[in-house]
Design a protein around this ligand. Structure first.
Ligand code: ARG
Length: 263
């Protein structure tokens, strides 16, 4: 909604800022063409959206999806930057990366700093607990006085903060991690009693770690690709590319590839 306002505004005042932004990432591609190369940023450790596989390669649904989307635009996709999730918005702001593909939830707070593509995936928050423990909370209140973890800078962390604000757990009972693989490891090790993480990623951890989903918090989140404020040209190109991969069946293929197998 605020995106729409901004788009209308940019149209009415002309695209000066946009042209400057794009000129900053223009490069010769070596394939004879002169295309804008955009550097994508992600934060691995979030399977199956983005993770480092056994061969050490950065792979996942977001990696393939953005590749397919950009293939359908006039842009070229550069080398991926694998950053901490909490650094992605700053890196976009200072131009180290040009687009975020990191299962990033579109929300008002982030929308004040960056712009988002159209949504491409829905999620809620899952509360993971140890499979072999007796602790089986059924609601937020049942987490009372338990240590709870999440990845730094995520909407999962927001849910842990809400537990603190609501007086359900103490501030000292909140643990944050550089990524969710570390958070789930700490849960398995017994250092926290619950981890709050996006539902599609929780399913992956449930299938390959000794954890189960105790209950779900309905947050109604939607993921979008992040682009710099005023990067309207790129935003439009990504939206068009996204619509194309959704219409031509590629999106469905990727969903089956990355979500049907459990990783
Ligand atoms: N969807 C959640 C958020 O936007 C978690 C995203 C974490 N992504 C990642 N690549 N680690 O906060």
């Amino acid at each position: 909604m605020s995106n729409m306002d901004r788009r209308t505004y940019l149209k009415s005042v002309g695209g000066t800022g946009v042209a400057l932004t794009l000129a900053g990432c223009t490069s010769l591609t070596g394939d004879g063409g002169n295309a804008d190369t955009i550097t994508p940023g992600t934060a691995s450790g979030f399977p199956p959206f983005e993770f480092v596989n056994d061969s050490g390669d950065l792979v996942g649904f977001d990696i393939d999806l953005l590749t397919e989307v950009v293939d359908r635009t006039d842009y070229e996709l550069g080398e991926w930057e694998d950053l901490e999730f909490g650094q992605l918005i700053t890196s976009l702001d200072n131009g180290n990366i040009d687009v975020i593909a990191a299962a990033m939830t579109i929300n008002d707070e982030r929308d004040q700093t960056i712009d988002f593509s159209d949504p491409y995936y829905d999620a809620n928050q899952a509360v993971l607990v140890r499979e072999d423990a007796d602790f089986r909370p059924g609601s937020r209140d049942d987490l009372g006085d338990r240590p709870v973890g999440a990845q730094t800078g995520t909407t999962g962390e927001d849910e842990v903060d809400a537990l603190v604000e609501d007086g359900i757990i103490a501030g000292g009972q909140k643990s944050t991690y550089g990524n969710y693989v570390l958070a789930v490891q700490d849960l398995v090790n017994g250092n926290v009693d619950a981890v709050i993480v996006d539902t599609p990623v929780a399913e992956t951890f449930v299938s390959n770690r000794a954890v189960v989903t105790a209950f779900t918090i309905e947050t109604g989140e939607q993921y979008g690709f992040g682009v710099p404020e005023g990067g309207e040209e790129l935003q439009t190109a990504l939206n068009d590319g996204l619509a194309e991969v959704q219409d031509d069946g590629t999106f469905q293929d990727l969903t089956e590839e990355w979500f049907a197998s459990g990783e």
